[in-house]
Design a binder for this molecule. Structure first.
Ligand code: SF4
Length: 421
């Protein structure tokens, strides 16, 4: 059993969700609906939440949006969804919080970008108003610095100081340092304004994998605030998934990161929930958390010339994921179930025996039968056109017997024990 060391941080409570130190790394997401459309936004938050997002951020960018936040919260409560909402504020946050106190109260956390609050004394006043509002309503704050909206006066100050050095650093190194300084100085200002340290989470998002790793390693070593991780503007499809996974995996393996978000650009018509699925899969494949039963499937090769194998692997995966909203409550521990769907006799029986339940489908030229293994033993052999439905019935039966009331595997998990440093 592997042991990962996590950074020791303050723990921040966001309603019922605990962030930091030995609390599980939290999955976050963000809506892309118009917040002024309360119905559409509440439905998307619910959809993200059902997919496994434990905190959802919504943009609060206008009076029309701010006016609908309490209605969104109420609609979610009415749907039985208690997922905390985070308000994403830029440019006019202090005005919206002042004019819409119900919005300020309904949110569980405010995200403040120090680069987009305002300049000089006016900016300081606006920042102070938002922090005091958070303190008054007992809300957490994420100070979220972003490469694309770095505080320009801070960047200029640091660039000028660098140029005065006998051996100036490369400009990009100064900019990375400026991101960290912006987050740390803003956090200190917030504390000085009366916000407790255990209400503060930090992030410093950039769009390059290597820069993100460098910035978060440095930031993590210089403070005890929980860190929200994410590669900003990760992009679409496999590029966004691979880049986010590469960056976050390195940091998570080093114990850095207390909440994560995968900033994927959805393909046209694609569900917003893809970013939640990817976040969960990163955490689960690293052995940090369990969310959904894993399907082990071989890639297929010249021995699997029909589509039966791919279809079954896909159907099993989507069936298991679709059941989780109910199974999570009914069958505690079922998220650690491991199912194998294999394409032929070469590795099929071996992998199937290692899984809780496995099916070894017939490859090209093999006898058209599919042995099913349960807990390492050959249980039954399926054949004919109804193999998929029959296999799903065996999976359902196994889940009920093992994770139902009194089942031997109920509440067992494969979460790696966490030790603080
Ligand atoms: S298990 Fe069989 S079908 Fe799957 S990749 Fe290996 S040889 Fe190919």
């Amino acid at each position: 059993m592997q042991t990962l060391q996590r950074r020791q941080t303050h723990q921040v409570q966001i309603d019922h969700v605990t962030v930091g130190s030995d609390a599980p790394v939290v999955v976050q997401s963000m809506t892309n609906t118009d917040t002024a459309d309360a119905e559409a936004t509440a439905l998307q938050v619910k959809e993200l939440s059902d997919a496994g997002s434990e905190i959802v951020r919504i943009t609060v960018n206008s009076p029309e949006a701010a006016a609908k936040v309490s209605e969104i919260r109420q609609r979610l409560n009415d749907m039985g969804c208690n997922t905390p909402l985070v308000g994403d504020f830029h440019f006019n946050g202090e005005r919206l919080l002042q004019e819409f106190p119900e919005c300020a109260k309904s949110l569980s956390k405010y995200r403040i970008n120090p680069g987009n609050v305002g300049k000089g004394a006016k900016g300081d006043e606006k920042f102070a108003y938002m922090i005091r509002t958070a303190a008054e309503y007992d809300k957490a704050v994420r100070i979220g610095v972003n490469w694309g909206s770095l505080d320009q006066s801070l960047a200029k100050r640091m660039m000028d100081a660098n140029l005065a050095l006998a051996q100036p650093k490369a400009p990009e190194e100064v900019m990375k340092e400026a991101l960290i300084v912006s987050a740390l100085e803003s956090a200190q200002k917030a504390v000085d304004l009366g916000l407790p340290e255990d209400k503060i989470i930090l992030s410093c998002k950039v769009s390059s994998v290597q820069d993100l790793i460098q910035v978060y390693r440095d930031l993590g070593s210089r403070c005890h605030y929980p860190l929200h991780l994410g590669l900003t503007e990760a992009g679409m499809g496999s590029k966004g998934i691979v880049a986010s996974t590469a960056a976050l995996s390195v940091l998570l393996q080093e114990g850095i990161g207390d909440t994560i978000r995968i900033s994927l650009t959805p393909e046209p018509g694609e569900s917003r929930t893809q970013e939640v699925v990817v976040a969960q899969e990163i955490l689960q494949t690293m052995g940090l958390r369990s969310f959904t039963p894993l399907v082990t499937a071989c890639p297929g090769c010249g021995r699997t010339t029909s589509t039966v194998f791919q279809e079954l692997a896909r159907d099993i995966q989507s069936y298991l994921r679709s059941q989780m909203a109910v199974w999570r409550l009914q069958y505690p521990g079922v998220e650690s179930l491991n199912v194998a769907v294999m394409g032929c006799v070469v590795n099929g029986p071996g992998e199937s025996k290692l899984a809780d339940i496995g099916i070894s489908l017939p490859g090209t030229g093999e006898t058209p039968v599919a042995p099913v293994y349960v807990d390492g033993e050959r249980k039954v052999t399926l054949k004919g056109d109804n193999m998929a439905a029959e296999f799903l019935a065996i999976v359902q039966e196994y889940v009920e017997a093992n994770y139902g009331e009194g089942g031997p595997k109920r509440r067992q998990g494969r979460v790696i024990p966490i030790r603080n440093i």
